[in-house]
Write a protein that binds this ligand. Structure first.
Ligand SMILES: C[S@@+](CC[C@H](N)C(=O)[O-])C[C@H]1O[C@@H](n2cnc3c(N)ncnc32)[C@H](O)[C@@H]1O
Length: 273
C-alpha cells in the first residue's frame, strides 16, 4: 500500500518532469487512498516521503524501460515477483503475458482491490499465489501457463529486503534455470555503511516501522555481494545502478522536493547458457 501510495502521490505532489506515471495506483488503494496520499500532500517535502516516491518511481521506470526493450527483442513473458499493487498488467497494451507472483494473502487482497475499483483484468494476466520462503517458482509458474522453454523478463522490486538470504539464494537458483536470455531486474537495500546520510536515516526510520509492522528488513547487500551472488548463480550482470543513475539524469533537473537517496540499488542481469 505504501509503494502504491507513493506512486499515486508522485502524480499529485511532485512537479515536472514526471518520472513514472501510474494512473491506477490511487484507485487501487480504494478507501484507504486519501489517507495514505494525504501524508504526501501535507508532508511531501519530508525526506522519507520524497525519498519513498523517488525509490518506487525510479525502480518501476527502470524496469518497464528494460521490459520495453526486451519486448522489442521478442520477449513475451513478464514475471512480477512480489507484485503487490503493481498495475502494469492493467494499464499497458504491450504484447506480453504477465505473471503476477505474490504471497497468497496479498494477492487475494489485490484482486479484491481490482474488483472494487472496477479495473478490468485482461486475459494477458495470470496469478500465481505462492510463498517464496516455502514454495518453488518452477512448480507454480508452469501451472499458470508460463513457458519454461522461452525467455522472460523477471522483476523483483521492493521484495529482497523482506526475504531471508536462504529464500533469495533458492529463488536465484530457480531463476538461473529459466531459458537463456531471461533477464532479471531486482532492487535491493544497501548495507547501512554504504548509504548516504539521508539513506541511512531513511533505513533507520522505515526499517524500524516495517519491523514493528511484522515485516522486518532481513537482507541488505553491497554491490559486490550482489554481483557475487548473481555470478555465482550463473547470471551475467548487465548493470547495477544507483537510484540516481537508474533513470535519465535530466529527470533530476527539478525544483520540487523529489530526490534520490543513497539507499537502494537496482541490478539487471541475464541468464546465460
Ligand atoms: C513492498 S511490496 C512491493 C510491491 C511491488 N513490487 C511494488 O514495487 O510496488 C513487497 C511485496 O513482496 C511480497 N512478499 C514479501 N514476502 C513474500 C514471500 N515470502 N512470498 C511471496 N511474496 C512475498 C509482498 O506480498 C508484497 O507484495
Amino acid at each position: 500500500m505504501l509503494a502504491a501510495a507513493a506512486r499515486a502521490a508522485h502524480l499529485i505532489v511532485d512537479g515536472e518532469p514526471t518520472v513514472f506515471a501510474d494512473p491506477l495506483a490511487y484507485r487501487l488503494l480504494g478507501d484507504g487512498a486519501e489517507e495514505l496520499v494525504s501524508y504526501h500532500r501535507l508532508h511531501g517535502e519530508h525526506m522519507v516521503l520524497a525519498g519513498a516516491r523517488a525509490a518506487v518511481t525510479t525502480r518501476s521506470r527502470y524496469t518497464e524501460e528494460r521490459l520495453a526493450r526486451a519486448a522489442d527483442a521478442g520477449i513475451t513473458q513478464y514475471v512480477i515477483l512480489g507484485a503487490g499493487l503493481d498495475s502494469f498488467a492493467y494499464r499497458s497494451d504491450a504484447d506480453v503475458r504477465v505473471f503476477e507472483v505474490d504471497h497468497p494473502a496479498t494477492q487475494e487482497w489485490k484482486r479484491a482491490r481490482l474488483d472494487e475499483a472496477r479495473i478490468p483484468v485482461p486475459d494477458s494476466v495470470a496469478y500465481v499465489p505462492m510463498d517464496f520462503e516455502s514454495e518453488l517458482l518452477l512448480d507454480r509458474l508452469p501451472e499458470a501457463g508460463f513457458d519454461v522453454t522461452r525467455p522472460a523478463l523477471v522483476s523483483w522490486l521492493g521484495v529482497l529486503m523482506y526475504l531471508s538470504g536462504e529464500a533469495i539464494d533458492r529463488t536465484l537458483t530457480e531463476l538461473s534455470a529459466f531459458a537463456p536470455r531471461t533477464e532479471i531486474v531486482a532492487d535491493y537495500m544497501l548495507r547501512p555503511e554504504l548509504c548516504d546520510e539521508d539513506g541511512r536515516m531513511y533505513g533507520e526510520l522505515v526499517g524500524a516501522t516495517s519491523a514493528q509492522g511484522g515485516e522486518p528488513w532481513l537482507s541488505r547487500f553491497s554491490p559486490e555481494e550482489v554481483a557475487g551472488l548473481l555470478k555465482g548463480h550463473g547470471f551475467e550482470v548487465i548493470e547495477q545502478a544507483t537510484q540516481r543513475d537508474s533513470v535519465d539524469l535530466t529527470l533530476w533537473e527539478r525544483s520540487d522536493a523529489f530526490r534520490a537517496l543513497g539507499l537502494a540499488m537496482v541490478a539487471h542481469a541475464r541468464v546465460t547458457l
